[in-house]
Design a protein around this ligand. Structure first.
Ligand code: ATP
Ligand code: MG
Length: 171
């Protein structure tokens, strides 16, 4: 039994880690799809697919997730009715999809997939938007992500990248 989790993981945080630990109790293998893989260096999507892949890989390793996992970057296609086929063309076969996103759930249900909604875990703080906001504002964000993510963000100078992206070139 294989389960799929889809997200943008900008960045990967403790809410994602918690969901993966729940999924690991239910499935033998976990497929993690990194959505909007082609996007990076924007305020909404600061990190590249490769950087997000490192965050996920190192976090799962550090947390001793005792399951086989696959991490697969998936580019956007601007076509919702083809999107499930697009995902399936890139991932190992999976039986269940885990998502809280209404559009994602709808598209997979229409394609006949079993969809489960994982419970939200401290969603006010464990949220990509909140972590990016804190990085820009110079507030502490490190407590909201696995230690491995702190290391990756440091390695790629991610906070400075985000702050520079927020600067204006107007006088
Ligand atoms: P953003 O604010 O940038 O959208 P996000 O925190 O929602 O970031 P995503 O990559 O969009 O992160 O989320 C991927 C999946 O993880 C979604 O299905 C979402 O419902 C789930 N998820 C995100 N945060 C949590 C959380 N705190 N608890 C449980 N599930 C979460
Ligand atoms: Mg989201």
């Amino acid at each position: 039994m294989r389960g799929l989790l889809i997200g943008r993981f900008q960045p990967f945080h403790l809410g994602h880690m918690y969901v993966i630990e729940r999924i690991a109790e239910e499935v033998d293998e976990i497929v993690i799809a990194i959505g909007s893989a082609q996007k990076s260096h924007t305020l909404e999507n600061p990190f590249t697919a490769g950087e997000r892949l490192m965050m996920i890989f190192k976090s799962l390793q550090q947390n001793n997730v005792r399951r086989t996992w696959y991490v697969i970057p998936v580019n956007d296609i601007d076509n919702n009715s083809l999107w499930v086929s697009h995902i399936r063309s890139l991932t190992p076969p999976f039986h269940r999809v885990y998502s809280g996103n209404p559009l994602v759930k709808r598209l997979f249900r229409e394609a006949g997939k079993d969809v489960a909604t994982p419970p939200l875990y401290n969603r006010k703080e464990y949220s990509g938007s909140e972590i990016r906001r804190r990085m820009l504002a110079g507030e502490p964000w490190e407590e909201l992500v696995p230690e491995a993510v702190v290391e990756v963000v440091r390695e790629v100078d991610g906070v400075r990248r985000l702050r520079e992206l927020a600067e204006s070139d107007r006088a």
